[in-house]
Every structure is written in structure tokens, then in C-alpha cells.
Design a protein around this ligand. Structure first.
Ligand SMILES: Cc1ncc(COP(=O)(O)O)c(C=O)c1O
Ligand SMILES: [Zn+2]
Length: 416
């Protein structure tokens, strides 16, 4: 029984079929390529009961992943993050059935570990010796860590404004790191030029290689498995390049085709910041693709993507599931980041907080009802963004004393 049921790659735009056993970039028409599997073979070979007996990492879905040999898996123990009920936040918002998939527990602290684990493993299996990528920081940290684990070289370019810790993570993993005084699109141009001059390097920028999305789709597989092979009503996702939302949509459609889940797909919600909302604008216009967002800027740095290569795939997922797209303000998402930490104990990243704010807004607008089962993705740990929460600890002299009662500023309150 083969470890992977990968059959080929196909182009979602022009339909051209591509060989999956060669290193591939995008289609000649410019579209990202999607991995396809022999799902009939998978159905004959494994089922939910087999999966249940496997180790608690994302490789438990190996038939639906592209790595052909188990021995080629490069792992730091990624996957099977908790799907936590967050009843106090849900109660405060009027969405009692609110769950949070907490990706902050993954190696390198974000869901980027999923794409990196699968992408690096498959690249190494196909003989790639060096990877190069533009990043908003978190993906660079993850890919350089997995490249180090695979014994591969890595070249990373990120904006100067990317989270500081991600620079240190790349440097620690031995990546060749450059900063650009610009946005991720500027980094992408620099990487593409460098790769053209450096034989042996593969450009693994978002959606320019087919396997990162396969790693990220495991978020969708895990959500279904953790709910007992059932789909939730709504999934809310912070959308930058859109790999995660495209991956979740792809995963759930594969599970439907396998017959491991049934019923309607969840309504998918793409969340962006009002400082960079190209997908929201395109969705509101009913457009099939987005326009570049000028002067993009948000504290939720991972979703600062003015023009996503896979925008048409994100929009298709929203339209096909009767989903929606929502923009949230910086003030609201930062307030909700703190609220989640205070009410639930989880210090989430600003991107995850944007999803929490989106739930609040969608409940207020009536798009969500009090009966909906809603899963929000917290895509990373708040520890990456320590400056998003002001600390206000008074400094005491050794002979000082602590007040007998906590000041008002320390009491728990739930803003409306
Ligand atoms: C923490 C975090 N959340 C969300 C995103 C957006 O990811 P996607 O490309 O899947 O839309 C990123 C991307 O950098 C990120 O770092
Ligand atoms: Zn094509």
C-alpha cells in the first residue's frame, strides 16, 4: 500500500495536467497548481478508524499528503493542535458554540509549520537542495527551521517591519536572511531574481509551489476528525495569501468525496484588516479576482498581502460555500486579543484576534445566529507579537509594598 495516493497536479484555471514527480512551480498560465490524489485508492486502503490509531501529528493523513516515502518525512512533531471550546468569549458574543483551533502550539509558534513540514519534505524527496522565499516573517521562520532539519539551505527575504523574533528564528536556523524596506511583494521580486541566478534553488513563495497548501489543508482534516468526522457550520480564517482557507476548502471537499464526512460544507469566512482588505473589497463587488490594495498596513502582519496570487481560489471558496469576507479595525482586533487572553487564558496572535472580532461583528449583523457552530482559527501564538499588549506592571522598590486590593485596572470586565 503506497504511503501517498498522490496522482498528479492540475491547474485550477486552465485544466492542464502536470507531472507530480518533478519539481514544479506555477502553471504556464500563471495559476498555482493543486495536488490531486487517487481518492478511490485511499478509500480502499484506509478509513477514519485506521487514522484514529496513528500518531497525533499531521502525517496521520499521509495518504492525502504528497510525500511518497515515510522515510522522507521531515518532522518537528507538527499537527493535532487543540480545538478548544471558548465558552466565555462565545457567551460574551452570543455565539455559545464557539471553538478555537489553536495553532500557536505548533513548532515555531504558527500554522506555517504545517506548510513548511510538508513543503520541505516533498522538496527534499524531489531532490531540491536549497529553498528561497519571500515572507511576512512567520513562514520564513518555519521554512528555515524545517530546511535546517532536512539539511537544506534556505534564503529568506522579509520586510523590515516583520515581527522581530522571526528574524532571530531564521538566523538561528542558519538561513541566509535579507530584510527589504518594503512589502512582501518587493521581497517576492528580489527572491525571483535571485533564484533565476542561483541554480539549485527552488522558489517556494506562497502558492508558487504546490505542496505548502497540502500541509495547510491538514487544518481542515483535523477540524473534521476532532468533531468526530463532522463539519462545523462556519470556519473563520485570517486571510493573507489565502493558502490556509484554500487548503481547508480543498481538504473538506476531499473528505466529502471520500465519504468520511457528509452534508453541507461549512460557510467559510475570510477575515482581513481594514488596513489591507483586497479580498473583502473583491467579495463585496462579487468579483472573481482582487485588485492590489494600496498602502497596505496592519498590526496583524501576516495578513498584509495587497494582492494574493490565489485570490480567485479564495473567492471561489467563499462564493461556493455561501461564506463571506469581513474587515476589522486595528483597535477592535487588539481589544479582542486582550479579551481572549483574559477570559480564556490564551494569548493569541493579532491575526487570530481578527477572527474573534469578525465573529463579534457577524453576530451583531445577524449573519451568524446564536445556534451556529463556529470554528475560529488562531493561526499563531501571541508570543511572536509581544508589543501588541502593553504591560503596565508598576515597579516596586525592594522596600515597597503591594496594595491590599487590586487596582480597578486589574479587575475583569467584558466590554460590550
Ligand atoms: C499568523 C498568521 N496568520 C495568518 C496568515 C495568513 O496566511 P494565509 O497565507 O494562509 O492566508 C499568516 C501569513 O503570514 C500568518 O503569519
Ligand atoms: Zn494553467
Amino acid at each position: 500500500m503506497p504511503y501517498s495516493a498522490l496522482s498528479h497536479l492540475d491547474c485550477p484555471r486552465c485544466g492542464t495536467r502536470h507531472d507530480a514527480d518533478r519539481v514544479q512551480g506555477t502553471c504556464s498560465c500563471g495559476s498555482p497548481l493543486l495536488a490531486r490524489y487517487d481518492l478511490r485508492q485511499v478509500a480502499g486502503q484506509a478509513g477514519p478508524r485506521d487514522i484514529a490509531g496513528r500518531p497525533a501529528d499531521l502525517w496521520r493523513y499521509h495518504e492525502l499528503l504528497p510525500v511518497r516515502e515515510a522515510a522522507r518525512v521531515v518532522s518537528l512533531g507538527e499537527g493535532m493542535t487543540p480545538l478548544l471550546p471558548v465558552p466565555r468569549i462565545g457567551g460574551a458574543f452570543g455565539v455559545p458554540d464557539l471553538l478555537m483551533k489553536d495553532e500557536g502550539l505548533l513548532p515555531t509558534g504558527t500554522f506555517k509549520a504545517r506548510g513548511a513540514a510538508v513543503g520541505v519534505s516533498r522538496a527534499a524527496e524531489l531532490g531540491v537542495a536549497a529553498i528561497a522565499m519571500p515572507t511576512n516573517g512567520n513562514a520564513g521562520a518555519a521554512w528555515s527551521a524545517y530546511a535546517a532539519r532536512a539539511g537544506m539551505r534556505s534564503l529568506v527575504v522579509m520586510p523590515v517591519a516583520a515581527p522581530r523574533i522571526t528574524r532571530a528564528e531564521c538566523a538561528a536556523a542558519g538561513a541566509e536572511l535579507y530584510l527589504v524596506d518594503g512589502l512582501i511583494g518587493d521581497a517576492a521580486r528580489l527572491v525571483a531574481e535571485a533564484v533565476a541566478r542561483r541554480p539549485g534553488y527552488q522558489n517556494v513563495a506562497t502558492l508558487t509551489e504546490p505542496y505548502r497548501i497540502e500541509g495547510k489543508k491538514t487544518m481542515g482534516l483535523e477540524i473534521a476528525e476532532q468533531l468526530g468526522w463532522r463539519m462545523p457550520g462556519v470556519i473563520v480564517y485570517p486571510t493573507g495569501g489565502g493558502v490556509g482557507i484554500i487548503g481547508i476548502y480543498k481538504a473538506l471537499r476531499e473528505l466529502l468525496e471520500l465519504g468520511w464526512v457528509s452534508g453541507d460544507l461549512p460557510r467559510l469566512v475570510a477575515v482581513q484588516s481594514t488596513g489591507c482588505a483586497p479580498i473583502v473589497r473583491a467579495f463585496q463587488a462579487g468579483a472573481a479576482a482582487s485588485e492590489p490594495w494600496p498602502d497596505a498596513k496592519t498590526v496583524a502582519f501576516g495578513i498584509t498581502v495587497p494582492k494574493a496570487l490565489g485570490d480567485f481560489l479564495i473567492l471561489e471558496a467563499l462564493y461556493a460555500t455561501a461564506g463571506t469576507a469581513v474587515a476589522v479595525t486595528e483597535e477592535a482586533l487588539l481589544a479582542d486579543q486582550r479579551l481572549v487572553a483574559r477570559l480564556e487564558g490564551s494569548f493569541i496572535c493579532p491575526e487570530g484576534a481578527a477572527c474573534v472580532t469578525a465573529v463579534r461583528q457577524l453576530r451583531e449583523s445577524g449573519w451568524l445566529s446564536g445556534l451556529d457552530e463556529v470554528v475560529v482559527l488562531n493561526t499563531g501564538t501571541g508570543l511572536i507579537y509581544p508589543d501588541t499588549v502593553p504591560d503596565r506592571a508598576p515597579v516596586l522598590s525592594p522596600s515597597g509594598s503591594i496594595p491590599p486590593r487590586p487596582p480597578d485596572s486589574f479587575t475583569l470586565s467584558v466590554p460590550d
